[in-house]
Design a protein around this ligand. Structure first.
Ligand code: PLP
Length: 396
């Protein structure tokens, strides 16, 4: 590790995930001219010698332990509320209930605002501040707004959030308490996005929408590094991930490439399993039909707020990761999510979000589809705490 007074290397440039065109990374950027997400790229050959698993092992217990492959250069801009390095729990009773040999639960509900959105917003807000943004804004189905409000408050940046009126009450209370400027809208996250874009044009807010700026995915990719470290230096056979905008799945897939380039792993990859709600399953439909992009889902309805995302700008990246990994996509009805939240709770002691219930429900479904072998070891992501959904019940 470099000494704490020296600036970090940061990213070398940004690359369009669709065309491969590159651009410098020292100014604020949103989507590429092709209208697609940018990925941050790093000089991994230069980083590799000082960033091996043994170098990282004793570092701070949050996502900044991976600062060598994160975009922030000035450590004074590394905003931290203790995000990341969440427990990876061996859950044998849950595995037995599912009829599979070995299951691990990565409990992202233990992040500062109770969801894994903290990872992405931590990085996006840190880097936006470093690059001179003065006000930030985003549409949210709930948890992203809470995380943005927290990191904006920690950074001293005003935050504007536009959310659907049926956002869970605990999350509305959280955003208000954290000082965000909150706008409620009758509609879905995509409708909220239009209001944010108007604010961006009128007031010069910086737009932190999923994958519309390059750094939320950098925060989410740290889950891939953590799973490797917490399994003692290896990856599982499968990863089961509840997919809305897909940042976490895309981020981990990117992390595995970086890890391979730095010699942490070989070419092997876990199967990436994407789980959506039966009431909003654009990726599942696209995967089943063999499409490379997903049509937006009409009339999205699910109480898993994080999965109520009818269209994702990173759709082609999600579908590519599922296919290249030999994974699958599966849709889960709300009632099954709810039932599995109870099962997870009783078998593990974790009060999971509905999205966590969905990934648990997905395991027997994937086995029944023949996509997952009961002998394969899987990591499930419980992406949030059940406490953030108190008062919400299944809708589809
Ligand atoms: C946002 C969210 C998701 C979906 O995450 P993406 O990275 O957008 O796919 C899943 N679970 C919870 C609890 C969320 O808040």
């Amino acid at each position: 590790m470099t000494s704490s007074s020296e600036p970090l290397r940061g990213a070398s440039h940004l690359e369009c995930t669709y065309t491969g065109d590159t651009v410098e990374s020292e100014a604020l950027h949103t989507l590429s001219p092709a209208g697609k997400p940018y990925f941050a790229r790093y000089d991994l050959e230069a980083i590799r010698p000082g960033f091996q698993p043994a170098d990282v092992a004793g570092r701070r217990a949050d996502l900044w332990r991976y600062e060598d492959v994160l975009p922030v250069r000035d450590r004074a801009c590394q905003i931290s509320l203790g995000e990341g390095w969440t427990p990876l729990l061996d859950v044998p009773r849950l595995a037995a209930r599912m009829g599979v040999d070995r299951v691990w639960m990565k409990d992202e509900g233990q992040n500062p605002t109770g969801s894994f959105k903290d990872r992405g917003l931590c990085l996006a807000v840190s880097r936006a501040k470093e690059l001179g943004a003065t006000e930030i804004a985003l549409p949210s189905a709930g948890n992203a707004g809470g995380a943005a409000a927290a990191y904006g408050a920690a950074a001293g940046l005003p935050v504007h959030v536009v959310v659907p009126t049926d956002t869970p009450a605990p999350i509305l209370a959280e955003m208000r308490a954290l000082g965000a400027d909150l706008q409620l809208l009758e509609g879905l996250i995509t409708d909220c996005g239009r209001v944010v874009r108007a604010g961006v044009e009128e007031h010069g807010w910086f737009d932190l929408s999923t994958l519309k700026e390059p750094y939320r995915v950098e925060g989410k990719k740290t889950m891939g590094y953590e799973v490797f470290e917490q399994l003692g230096g290896r990856l599982p056979d499968g990863i089961v991930y509840p997919t809305g905008g897909g940042t976490g799945l895309i981020g981990m897939w990117k992390a595995f490439d970086e890890m391979e380039q730095m010699g942490w792993i070989g070419p092997e990859r876990p199967k990436m399993f994407s789980v959506q709600a039966a009431g909003c399953a654009p990726m599942v439909r696209a995967w089943e039909s063999g499409a490379t992009e997903a049509e937006p889902w009409a009339d999205a309805a699910t109480y898993a707020a994080g999965l109520r995302v009818p269209g994702a700008v990173g759709d082609f990246l999600i579908l590519k990761a599922i296919r290249e990994s030999g994974g699958a996509a599966v849709a889960i009805p709300d009632q099954d999510m709810f039932d599995w939240v109870q099962a997870v709770g009783q078998d593990t002691g974790i009060f999971a979000a509905p999205e966590g219930g969905a990934v648990a429900a997905a395991v027997p479904a994937l086995v029944a589809m023949g996509a997952l072998d009961p002998e394969e070891e899987v990591v499930l992501f419980n992406t949030g705490s059940g406490l953030k959904y108190v008062g919400m019940s299944p809708v589809s």
